[in-house]
Design a protein around this ligand. Structure first.
Ligand SMILES: [Zn+2]
Length: 147
């Protein structure tokens, strides 16, 4: 099952604009993503070792391989990877800050990071909870629309 982030019209327009201007605005370290952004129409949020997680203006989180492991786009539907996308979006773009869901009372605090979202000795690494500080059991727990 796929999931969609319920972006407001303003947030959606913001993402569309960042995609369109990515080749001008992207930090130098992300410039190599320009051809992918042009091809897939999505804003990179997280550069993994072999894949990029990115957000489309209509709220879908997608991934592409930067190692030719597969062709084209895949939809991201795994809660932890969706959490990474939400946390990165909020950190990088203030207009997307409210996308990070607060912890539902039934969700336990992440025992690896004690709720802070990153590993104490390596703050640049995202915790295995996706950076939320708690473990999302479903896309609905993340405030996303399942479709
Ligand atoms: Zn954690």
């Amino acid at each position: 099952m796929a999931a969609r982030i319920p972006l407001t019209p303003d947030q959606s327009a913001f993402v569309a604009s960042r995609v369109q201007r990515f080749h001008l605005e992207a930090p130098r370290a992300w410039q190599w993503q320009v051809p992918y952004v042009a091809r897939f129409g999505a804003l990179p949020l997280y550069l993994g070792w072999t894949e990029t997680l990115a957000l489309q203006p209509e709220g879908r989180v997608v991934r592409w391989s930067t190692e030719q492991a597969y062709e084209g786009l895949k939809l991201v539907d795994e809660p932890i990877e969706l959490a990474i996308a939400l946390v990165c979006a909020a950190q990088q773009h203030s207009i997307l800050r409210d996308l990070v869901p607060s912890r539902p009372h039934e969700a336990a605090e992440c025992h690896v990071c004690a709720g802070v979202g990153h590993v104490a000795q390596q703050p640049e690494l995202i915790c295995e909870c996706g950076g939320l500080g708690w473990r999302p059991g479903s896309v609905e727990a993340l405030g996303l629309v399942a479709e």
